[in-house]
Design a protein around this ligand. Structure first.
Ligand code: IMP
Length: 207
């Protein structure tokens, strides 16, 4: 490896800035996929968060020749046999008539519908995140984080994205969308996975 450049396997500017801040502390130059327009869409064909994170990191490392970092995340709801899981982003794509102007709003509407009649004590759920780093020659490291909570009866809060308005953090009793970015990072699946990745990073980087 000649140049200490890390490529994040995302075009989401928010994700790039969050991860870039953390990895810069290790003296690494961090770029998003926008810097590599030749890398096309990578289909998330895996059936687990780990498979998807690894396939994205591997594809980007091979295509760019740099170490790549990818994440995959989603919501597991116990009463729904851990759905939507890896399909969290696409959960409502099969039911486009649900109320809501955005995919996130329709996903939340579908979740409430599927949990209709399920009492509070059976609405347990968790967000999961897996982060994977991969070298162009295929060496990799995987870090995981989970955030246990439960699904509310109605949405609350304006922050965050995805299922944040419906996910209740048991520690504060607040919906994830009511937490500040720092509060969420301190307890979230993504925050935990990132901190774990950074613990594993020095050994991975040394090879
Ligand atoms: P991905 O990891 O970008 O593929 O995201 C998967 C999907 O999981 C997102 O589109 C959201 O629907 C959901 N998700 C993952 N993390 C969060 C979170 O922190 N808050 C709310 N929804 C999330």
């Amino acid at each position: 490896m000649t140049k200490a450049t890390i490529v994040l396997a995302t075009r989401n500017a928010g994700k790039v800035s969050e991860l870039a801040d953390a990895l810069r502390a290790y003296g690494l130059d961090v770029l998003g996929l926008d810097a590599f327009p030749q890398v096309g869409e990578i289909e998330e064909t895996g059936t687990t968060f780990e498979e998807n994170a690894l396939l994205k990191a591997r594809a980007v490392a091979e295509a760019t020749g740099h170490v790549a970092v990818a994440d995959d995340s989603g919501l597991e709801v116990d009463a729904l046999e851990r759905r939507p899981g890896v399909y969290s982003a696409r959960y409502s794509d099969d039911t486009p008539d649900l109320p809501g102007d955005t995919r996130d709003a329709r996903n939340n509407a579908k979740l409430l519908l599927e949990l209709d009649g399920v009492p509070a004590e059976r609405r347990t759920a968790r967000f999961r995140c897996v982060m994977a780093a991969c070298t162009p020659d295929g060496r990799h490291v995987v870090a995981e984080g989970a955030w246990e909570g439960h699904i509310a009866l109605a949405p609350e809060g304006d922050n965050g994205f995805g299922y944040d308005p419906l996910f209740i953090d048991p520690q504060s009793g607040l919906h994830s969308a009511q937490l500040s970015r720092d509060e969420k990072n301190a307890r979230s699946h993504r925050g935990k996975a990132l901190r774990r990745l950074l613990e594993l990073w020095p050994a991975f980087w040394r090879g």
